[in-house]
Design a protein around this ligand. Sequence first.
Ligand code: GLN
Length: 485
Amino acid sequence: MSPDVCYLSAVRQLEMLDRKEISSRELVLVHLARVKKVDGVVKAFLSIDEESALKSAEKADEIRAKGGGCKKLLGLPVAVKDNICVKGHACTCGSKILEGFRPPYNATVVERLLNSGAVIIGKTNMDEFAMGSSTEHSCFFPTHNPWDPARVPGGSSGGSAAAVAAGEVSLSLGSDTGGSVRQPANYCGVAGFKPTYGLVSRYGLIPFASSLDQIGPMGREVADVALLLSVIAGKDDKDSTSIPAAGDYHKSLDRDVSGLRIGIPKEFIEGLDPEIKNRVDEAAGIFRKKGAVISEVTLPHVEYAMPAYYVIAPAECSSNLARFDGARYGHRAKDASDVLTMFKKTRMEGFGSEVKRRIMIGTYALSSGYFDAYYLKAQKVRTLIRQDFEKAFSECDVILSPTTPITAFRLGEKIDDPLSMYLTDLYTVSVNLAGLPGLVFQGGFVNGMPAGIQLIGKHLDEKTLIQLGHLFQKETGYHLQHPAL
Ligand code: GLN
């Protein structure tokens, strides 16, 4: 079977499975061979479970032989970010502190993947506890951008994005707290979706900042991402923040967009690199040609999104990560004279520098005397940002914007300069603060590297974003170009 199969869309691969042009076992083997060929360079995976993947593939083939039922992803290989629990499989979160941890349960999204017949082939690399923008904060090794291995794939879901870009899988799951699905999708030239907060269950996602975290699908085609979203979305009693709203996002992809009002926030365009602005302008031109109405909107408080995010996210992480102390899971420091020393030594040894930095910032922002000045203030700013979006959405249906101020930077370039690394999240964090859906897809190239387009939607309006993204891909075909690995 030709390795080109790896670069077909998930929808096409499923069609081949249905028509018996390929078996699931063959499809999984072809992808595992691709992993063997390219992952020495890309390093997207932290673990691959060949044996269990082949077993699931054979089971999928049996089910299909008996008629298949209505399983949406039957026999399709999928990769999962390593902060999402798969029962019995190592789950490290990119951290030494979870050494040896094997979750005794599946995350709800994993349960839904398995019920839909998907074959999980492995767990992907990430910045430790999803804190970072380059995957360089993985305590194991950095992932490399398939378009230029000297550059970062973005983060924190860098492994999931790179695996899709390199043809190792056609679909993967990431998580997005401040941009971690969209920013790596942008750097790797793939599509990534951050759903409305609450649309996808967080049960079994190891938390970073619970009021911002959402699991999101990644793929080369917007239509594939929509298919995966349909599988994972929906109310879950195990997550009290999950909302009873889900649909078939893969249906009615080809809606007529004429009359749709698209707003471009002037704050996201001012001072933007002209090459990246060209990508946004091209997208606006394509939508205009199809009858959409483009206008400028304003988000006056969005300039405070970064500082607010970098108070709220660390505050929540300092609380969430208190559970890792050596008593319950993973790594435990040896030779500690008493229990407090054991906690301390475990955390000193187990956490990397970025995680320690965030825990310290968050603990400080929550401490008595500083709580009002930092945490409370940041929450007030968050409300203002949400209101900015509400107001903008009274004038438009969708917001169009760049994803990041730059394209993928070189490995090592920003690792010692956290502030400049944080600034790459300039256009993504406000979407999480407001709990809105955001879709990124390949919007062309700037100096040979992919540059993504971001669409931000009204609360629960994932469908419109998908329709526009799908239209853009049909018009441009940028997503059909692949890195020359
Ligand atoms: N890069 C951002 C951070 O470091 C976002 C991370 C994420 O979305 N998980 O916090």
